[in-house]
Design a protein around this ligand. Structure first.
Ligand code: GDP
Ligand code: MG
Length: 203
């Protein structure tokens, strides 16, 4: 049986959410910024540690806040599926402090608005645009400590532009999700490269 895992990718406009997803699935990157206006769902398959997973990756367009109730989610088309995602990727731009503040707010709202133990959902914070790190607003170590120790989230920096750490971040998130929800042994996670360029990645 193939497990399906829904992952919502959330972050301020322009931080590189769509670029990360498209780099991961299609090995494609565009310098031209095309704002994402409506929710888009990608369905790649991945193999982690010999097990296949079907991912439902939600590219979430700009939302002012995490939906606080199921009715709010259903009233706003952009939010569909966001509340009940199995995992979250919260993206910010390492050169833009406001985008980090946005991620901070969304993380807090996820914890507050998801009910009971579902508030312990895996969350990976991703600092994108690492290729521009000379303009970063905070040292990597300081952000990493804050996110991991205080927020209890995973932390990865990547560059969607150069496809650096993009597979790694999905592997990291899936590793946390599998460990928490699917109770499978994953001692030998190993990156083996793409199986089929645009459909299935062995991680
Ligand atoms: P989204 O609004 O969060 O989906 O952001 P996009 O993926 O559309 O990217 C916004 C802009 O940032 C585009 O012009 C991309 O080319 C650019 N961009 C995305 N990722 C990177 C990156 O890693 N490095 C650099 N230098 N630019 C990036
Ligand atoms: Mg986008």
């Amino acid at each position: 049986m193939v497990e399906t895992l829904s992952i919502a990718v959330i972050g301020a406009p322009g931080v590189g959410k769509t670029s990360i997803i498209r780099q991961f699935i299609y090995n494609d990157f565009s310098e031209v910024y095309t704002p994402t206006r409506s929710r888009y769902v990608y369905r790649p398959s991945v193999i982690l540690n010999g097990n296949m997973y079907e991912l439902k990756v939600l590219d979430v367009p700009p939302i002012s806040s995490f939906p606080s109730s199921s009715s709010q989610e259903w009233l706003d088309l952009r939010c569909r599926g966001v509340r009940n995602a199995n995992a979250y990727i919260l993206v910010y731009d390492i050169c833009c402090v406001e985008s980090f503040e946005y991620v901070k707010m969304i993380r807090q709202q996820i914890v507050e608005h998801r009910e009971g133990s579902s508030s312990e959902v895996p969350i990976l914070v991703v600092g994108n645009k690492r290729d521009q790190q000379r303009q970063r607003f905070m040292p990597r170590r300081a952000v990493s400590v804050l996110v991991k120790k205080t927020w209890k989230c995973g932390y990865v920096e990547c560059s969607a532009k150069f496809n650096w750490h993009v597979v790694l971040l999905f592997k990291e998130l899936l590793g946390i999700a599998v460990a928490r929800g699917m109770r499978q042994n994953h001692t030998s996670i190993r990156l083996q490269g793409a199986l089929q360029r645009n459909r299935c990645t062995i991680m």
